[in-house]
Design a binder for this molecule. Structure first.
Ligand code: GUE
Length: 292
């Protein structure tokens, strides 16, 4: 049976460490690190995530503000909010909650964020710095996945890694982070031929496709480390729903060496890494040395 990778517990320890470092930052600078979350519209899942992010900020001793805008907010109005937050000295991190309403050009909004405050790591500046190996803010979900992998496997050099999914916010930055750790990286996607055979070659599998329970136990190399980024709500008994990942957990845990559960795996790490990035941005803006 696979070892269970307890992302929730790891994230809790990380958040405690960040809280200690935040207290030091407050002593050094006389102010709290500040995260501004911008939420447009009334998408139900976003309301839940945004509240979780704000609560996590406050528990770490940071200031977390949520800027709620109406569903019919125009692009110009949203850009004006970003400009104001870019110029605000007390704001260290800016996160525009996705998805945005269809009428708004999400890319134009993201690119308007000051890269020094880009705690999601979504701007071209942040993505480009990761690509060429310069220090910068890295997207929270892949960063959290990497932390879990290093915790479980230690040195990743020379290991074969397959990333399933090629999104700009998970698959691509995940592949670059694994390459930076000297893994041999394959990025698989919807057009990949014989995906089971590709997955079977991997010591490390990161599943980020958004298809419930798609990765089967029989696809895995015995002993592989499996990181499941998927968060899919599917129908369950008695008209209820339940969360499942992109990996068929019950099958995979019979074959894998270690595996993250859903929930309680990658999700909590995403939020902890958002705090990590906010503190990192705050330290950098205050002229302090980076801690990690
Ligand atoms: N600009 C932007 N940045 C984001 O980082 C971002 C976003 N937009 N839009 C939505 C997605 C989703 N996301 C999650 C964060 C934490 C959990 C999480 O903590 N999940 C828990 C609980 C899940 C539950 O019970 O619903 C878990 O997996 O254990 C999930 C999902 C961040 N996102």
């Amino acid at each position: 049976m696979a070892r269970l990778i307890d992302g929730k517990a790891f994230a809790a320890r990380l958040r405690t460490r960040i809280a200690d470092e935040t207290a030091e930052f407050v002593t050094d600078t006389g102010r709290r690190p500040g995260l501004a979350v911008v939420l447009v519209g009334d998408y139900a899942a976003s309301q839940v995530y945004v509240r979780a992010k704000q609560k996590a900020c406050e528990e770490a001793g940071m200031s977390g503000s949520v800027h709620r805008l109406a569903p019919d907010t125009t692009q110009a109005e949203l850009l004006a909010v970003i400009a104001r937050l870019n110029a605000d000295a007390a704001t260290d991190g800016i996160l525009v909650q996705l998805p945005l309403p269809d009428a708004i050009d999400a890319d134009a909004v993201i690119q308007a964020i000051d890269p020094a405050k880009d705690v999601d790591g979504f701007t071209t500046a942040s993505a480009g710095r990761l690509l060429i190996g310069l220090p910068g803010l890295v997207a929270c979900t892949p960063l959290g996945c990497l932390m879990l992998l290093k915790e479980v496997a230690g040195d990743l050099a020379g290991k074969t890694a397959v990333v399933i999914g090629r999104s700009d916010i998970v698959g691509k930055p995940m592949a670059l982070l694994l390459l930076r750790e000297s893994c041999t990286v394959t990025v698989a996607h919807s057009r990949t031929q014989d995906l089971p055979a590709v997955v079977r070659s991997a010591d490390i599998v990161v599943a980020a496709v958004g298809r419930p329970e798609m990765v089967k136990g029989s696809w895995l190399k015995p002993g592989a480390i499996v990181i499941d980024v998927g968060i899919n709500r599917v129908p369950a008994a008695a008209g209820k729903t339940r969360l499942v990942g992109d990996v068929d957990f019950d099958e995979a845990e019979q074959v894998a060496g270690a595996i993250t559960p859903v929930p309680g795996g990658v999700g909590p790490m995403t939020i902890a890494c958002l705090l990590h990035n906010t503190l990192k941005a705050a330290r950098s803006r205050a002229g302090l040395n980076p801690t990690t």
